[in-house]
Design a protein. Structure first.
Ligand SMILES: Nc1ncnc2c1ncn2[C@@H]1O[C@H](COP(=O)(O)OP(=O)(O)OP(=O)(O)O)[C@@H](O)[C@H]1O
Length: 491
């Protein structure tokens, strides 16, 4: 209870002063004016649809407001989890920053509300999913496609920097696509305002993370690894890594562990695939300068030098948001995560009340989110971090990628097992009735030593040189198990 109270005080993002339920009136807290109001809604006011994505402290769900029919991406954050994981400042920062930004390339915040367990941010819904999924599905993008997407990111990033903000987590997972294929930058939890920032922040939140190590390992610039304070150059480095990833399908310093990734970043161990054009190499090379002040876009003429780069030949910078985006990829089969509240492993723990759950809200644009369970392996990593029951079976820093109660089919009797795939990667069995760890399957990245054979939507086999284990997944996720395991083998 004490923690709850403490949390409530810490997360008092705003106090409604004007208007009642549904009011669009402006509100103030500590003399900050909020554009997106804090409403008195409950989760019962929404029809919850498919899971759009998961972050390290949130789940984002497509939700339709029952009275208006408006669709939102509802970012749901478990209060206790946020307090426990010290993410309070991240939530505050994202709320207050998104509230003040206004750009076609940045996700907009429509309103917020909360209940006893969760905080809810109703965001503009990006039906096209993550750019990451587009890259994963295609293997890589063409230079023409990448050029368009990067040009939009640059336009939005120029605005973010002009507001005195460093995003600090630019990566393909945080670049979302609208239903018509334009980019929107998401995830402003790691933002750091500079001293000159025009953005108003809540007391004590601006400097909390001044030199903290934030971001994602593969996109972190070398100076951050050396504990230098954040600069706009951080985002330019991450942009360089993102261009590389769009064109090649993987990040430039990818390696088997974070430690190895960091070694490669510090050594600037950068190799280009043969098929990269001279212009692409030159752009990436200039963005990945080890000196942050020399990175393209960081010089005295700012973004103008970047926009003039030959890679962007033909881009109409003034009309970029009116330019037709590259054609959409064929949508993948909608493998929306089953998050029936009564089914524990994938449940939305603590989503208040008796919410109405709909597995699929019909989409006016017939455009399913591409953030599929099967393909967004990395972003699924923390989906179960809200469910602490399985934590005891994990090693420190290890996260669950996929978990299900399966029937292990044996010769004489079948057995129920909790089957867990982690990002380490490991495949574990837990006896769900005794809550004891059983054997694990020896992991191998080689398909000859570990492969999954799907018989039908519910039945699959895991084959290793020593044994073949047959499973039945009552939730028909056989293909998803295969994709998740193979995704980690190719990580
Ligand atoms: N507005 C949106 N429309 C569609 N999908 C979204 C939207 N916002 C977020 N998502 C999906 O949810 C995922 C998680 O969201 P977000 O990155 O904001 O969460 P987080 O908890 O802040 O994550 P992180 O661990 O990256 O800090 C995104 O990667 C994306 O797939």
């Amino acid at each position: 209870m004490e923690m709850e109270r403490d949390f409530e005080t810490k997360l008092q993002l705003q106090q409604p002063e004007l208007g009642g339920v549904g009011s669009k009136a402006v509100q103030r807290t500590n003399s900050i004016t909020f554009r997106a109001p804090q409403e008195q809604f409950t989760v019962n006011d929404f029809e919850l649809g498919k899971l759009l994505g998961t972050g390290s402290y949130s789940k984002v769900i497509r939700a339709k407001k029952k009275d208006t029919g408006n669709i939102y991406a509802l970012k749901i954050m478990d209060k206790k989890f946020i307090a426990k994981e010290n993410k309070v400042s991240y939530v505050k920062m994202e709320r207050i920053v998104l509230d003040q930004l206004d750009h076609p390339g940045i996700i907009s915040l429509c309103f917020t509300f909360q209940d006893a367990y969760s905080l809810y941010m109703a965001l503009e819904c990006c039906e096209g999913g993550e750019l990451f999924d587009q890259i994963t599905r295609r293997g890589r993008l063409t230079e023409k496609e990448a050029c368009f997407y990067i040009a939009e990111v640059i336009d939005a990033l120029e605005y973010i920097h002009s507001m005195g903000l460093i995003h600090r987590d630019i990566k393909p997972e945080n670049l979302l696509l609208t239903s018509d294929g334009h980019i929107k930058i998401a995830d402003f939890g790691s933002v750091k305002p500079t001293r000159e920032s025009q953005i108003t922040v809540l007391p004590n939140s601006a400097n909390e993370k001044a030199c903290t190590f934030v971001g994602t390992a593969a996109y972190i610039p070398p100076e951050v690894l050396n504990s230098s304070p954040a600069t706009f150059g951080n985002d330019l480095w991450a942009l360089g890594c993102t261009v590389y990833q769009m064109l090649s399908g993987s990040s430039p310093f990818k390696d088997a562990s974070e430690w190895l990734i960091f070694q490669r970043i510090i050594a600037r161990d950068l190799k280009f695939p043969e098929y990269f054009s001279h212009e692409a190499r030159d752009l990436i090379d200039k963005l990945l300068d080890t000196d942050p002040s020399k990175r393209l876009g960081a010089g005295p003429d700012g973004y103008a030098s970047m926009k003039k780069h030959s890679f962007f030949k033909g881009i109409d910078w003034k009309n970029i948001w009116k330019t037709p985006p590259p054609p959409r990829l064929a949508p993948v089969q909608d493998v929306s995560v089953d998050y029936n509240i009564h089914d524990n492993p994938w449940s939305l723990m603590h989503v208040g009340g008796d919410a109405t759950y709909h597995h699929d809200i019909p989409d006016a644009n017939a455009c399913p989110a591409s953030s599929s369970e099967a393909l967004s392996i990395s972003s699924l990593a923390s989906i179960d971090s809200f469910d602490s029951r399985w934590r005891e079976f994990l090693e420190s820093g290890e996260a669950i990628v996929m978990i299900s109660k399966l029937k292990k089919i044996q010769k004489f009797s079948n057995k129920k097992v909790q089957f867990i795939l982690t990002d380490k990667p490991r495949l574990l069995f837990v006896d769900p009735s005794k809550m004891t760890a059983k054997t694990s399957i020896i992991w191998s990245d080689k398909p000859s030593e570990l492969n999954v054979q799907v018989a039908n939507s519910s039945h699959f086999k895991i084959c290793t040189p020593r044994k073949v284990i047959s499973f039945e997944d009552p939730k028909d996720r056989a293909w998803q198990w295969k994709t998740a395991i193979e995704g980690l083998q190719h990580r």
